[in-house]
Design a protein around this ligand. Structure first.
Ligand code: CP
Length: 320
């Protein structure tokens, strides 16, 4: 899954406060982080980060992740440096990721980084001793998204245990579904995977479900039966930027669209999630359905990211 390679002649101990992959968190770690998010939903503004500087390095585009991390820092009283477009940084002159990370480590207490290469965040932890938060590395993982997704599940379903989660769309390249599956392995889920054959859930995640005895079903048909048994419908965008063949993308991009008429017999407690941005996966007429939760889900990102930042900096809000 992580194939980022670059020579690393100097080595630092990995900072244990980094958040690189959701797999690094135990069930207890996840629950503690969600408790922290709940605290920040009740106390979003504070001075916990007074005097701290957080760098947000976005080598790939983002709206929600970058802005919610930056809002989180601002509401905690810290300051933000960084870039949202790598073409305006010295990366465009040929500076390596290693040199960029080592330089920024001189200025900031924490780096939040999105990069197109899988394993980039892990690599960054190996060239610096300040904590790194992975804000998405290629098609690999998006752990902060997972924590806000889990917080959304907990808030709307009252539990993480025993839920039926239907993941729809691009299960091959969608890093959010990979991270969510990994996290939910602790909570006895049942999964429905709805995708075309080309965008199936990758083999390693299927194998993990088999190994752990997690119930799952794969479908190419987005049927009423699947929708009606779901506690969570997790819709995803087909990740155009990961396709090497644009014709292949054109062929599969609009295969699954959720429309309001498809929700007639869905559970009243079911919630529709989407990491956003959406393209055509959810029609606009779903937005007014009380089960549509994707905008609130993005709002929960602020609290989850306040939890992640304070944890990475070793700040306990309950003891400060
Ligand atoms: N969900 C998500 O990662 O959105 P952005 O790409 O806008 O950050």
């Amino acid at each position: 899954m992580r194939n980022f390679v670059e020579s690393n002649q100097e080595s630092f101990p990995m900072n244990s406060h980094s958040l690189v992959a959701i797999d690094d968190l135990s069930r207890q770690d996840i629950l503690a982080m969600l408790e922290r998010a709940r605290y920040f939903e009740q106390h979003p503004n504070s001075h916990l980060l007074d005097g701290r500087v957080v760098a947000t390095l976005f080598f790939e585009p983002s709206t929600r992740t970058r802005l919610s991390f930056e809002t989180a820092v601002n509401r905690l009283g810290g300051r933000v440096i960084g870039f949202s477009d790598a073409s305006t940084s010295s990366t465009s002159k040929g500076e390596t990721l290693k040199d960029t990370i080592k330089m920024v480590s001189n200025y900031a207490d924490l780096i939040v980084m999105r990069h197109h290469l899988e394993g980039a965040a892990q690599y960054a932890t190996e060239v610096t001793d300040i904590p790194i938060v992975n804000a998405g590395d290629g098609a690999n993982q998006h752990p902060s998204q997972t924590l806000l997704d889990l917080y959304s599940l907990l808030k709307t379903q009252g539990t993480l245990d025993g839920l039926t989660i239907t993941m729809v769309g691009d299960l091959k390249y969608g890093r959010t579904v990979h991270s969510l599956l990994m996290a939910l392995r602790f909570f006895s889920p049942k999964f429905n995977f709805v995708s075309c054959p080309e965008l199936r859930m990758p083999r390693e995640y299927i194998d993990l479900c088999d190994k752990l005895g997690i119930e799952y079903h794969e479908y190419t048909d987005f049927s009423p039966e699947v929708i009606n048994e779901s506690d969570i419908l997790y819709m995803t965008r087909v990740q155009r930027e990961r396709f090497s063949d644009i014709m292949e993308y054109e062929r599969v991009k609009n295969l699954y669209t959720l429309r309001r008429s498809m929700l007639a017999d869905a559970k009243p407690t079911m919630k529709i999630l989407h990491p956003l941005p959406r393209v055509n996966e959810i029609s606009q007429d779903v937005d007014d359905d009380p089960r549509a939760y994707y905008f609130q889900q993005a709002g929960n990102g602020l609290f989850a990211r306040q939890a992640i930042i304070t944890n990475a900096l070793g700040i306990d809000p309950l003891k400060s």
